[in-house]
Ligand binder design. Sequence first.
Ligand SMILES: Nc1ncnc2c1ncn2[C@@H]1O[C@H](COP(=O)(O)OP(=O)(O)O)[C@@H](O)[C@H]1O
Ligand SMILES: [Mg+2]
Length: 374
Amino acid sequence: MQTLAQLVGSARILVCVGRGGVGKTTMSALLARQAAASGRRALVLTIDPARRLADALGIAALTDEPVRLNEPTLPGEMWAAMLKTDEAFAAILRSRMPDEAERASLEANRFYRFFATSLAGAHELAAAERLHELATCGRFDLVVLDTPPALHASDFLDAPKRFHDALDSAAFHWLTGGKGGAGRRGIRIGIGLGLVQKTISRFTGTEFLSELTEFLGQMSALMEGFKTRAAETTALIRSEQAHFVLITAPASDAPQSVSESAEAMQSRGCRVSALIVNRMMPPVALPADNRALAGLLHDAGLPKAEAAALSERLRSSAAEAARFAASDEAMFRQLEQRWSSTLAVEAVRAFPQEVSSLAALDAIRSLLFPERAP
Ligand SMILES: Nc1ncnc2c1ncn2[C@@H]1O[C@H](COP(=O)(O)OP(=O)(O)O)[C@@H](O)[C@H]1O
Ligand SMILES: [Mg+2]
């Protein structure tokens, strides 16, 4: 079993997974930054449409193409990119279909546009492909993937397969009303019948058929490429070089959600290697003697009754905060007990402000990697 620092120092891919709001984007940036601090060329790849990461990294906007952060103090390199599915799809298409005219005709095809933007699995497939491309292009030693908030990690892992299924010729027969039109298949590939009908109704007459035929012809040529790459991506994500990092908050359902995520990923042949319990309420020191505090407040100029009332309010807020801290700590211990024999388990405390600056990111980083922070 490796420590989080060892994982950051040696993994080729780290995938941060967890529910929305637990800190995936923040932790992804932090892990990449730590890798850069230890001399590696690290890329954080976010699929999160939020601007937070860009803000946290102090760059105006992220693009599909990695940008290097200008940080001469880091011995390694820190890069960041935001995966925009439409751009990622376009990039995939460019590499698969180098002929510009052919590509333009596909892009103009309304079926293609529907397919690239609405078909279940297209987004995740684009993410998986882009991950593969960036992780194997030789420019980065480590790619940290921040998974999108609404997506269950297993959706991402299953995307290549679901996408095949969706492109499966039988599915297209069904779509076009040809043979093998089982409704079940429609559900399985994630296209509701209503949606299909709505889409089809947007096309008219013979134009519809010729456009569809052209689309299917071009797609079937691309299909082999999709299949090969999907298999390669799955193999890469399952390889020893890829590790999943579960991120959770110390909420009461954390044990169950962590178990479910770990199982979902392990059953797909993935290596879950770390668990970060983020936003732990820090321990609170209760005022030892409330009367002494009231005395100090009185000395500072507050009338006696007000000083007593204020000190009492402070004491009860501190007591409440201490209860939260104790409950978070108990939750952490429970998770640690369950998982520390198989995963690197770390706690990160909640900071009073949003983590929206490099300084804030580094403050967390120095707690998580005390021996390594510069
Ligand atoms: N340890 C922490 N202390 C304080 N705020 C945090 C911490 N971790 C994350 N945050 C804040 O919580 C919010 C959600 O974090 P984010 O990384 O965007 O979560 P996710 O990507 O999982 O949705 C952000 O505003 C972020 O700045
Ligand atoms: Mg996020």
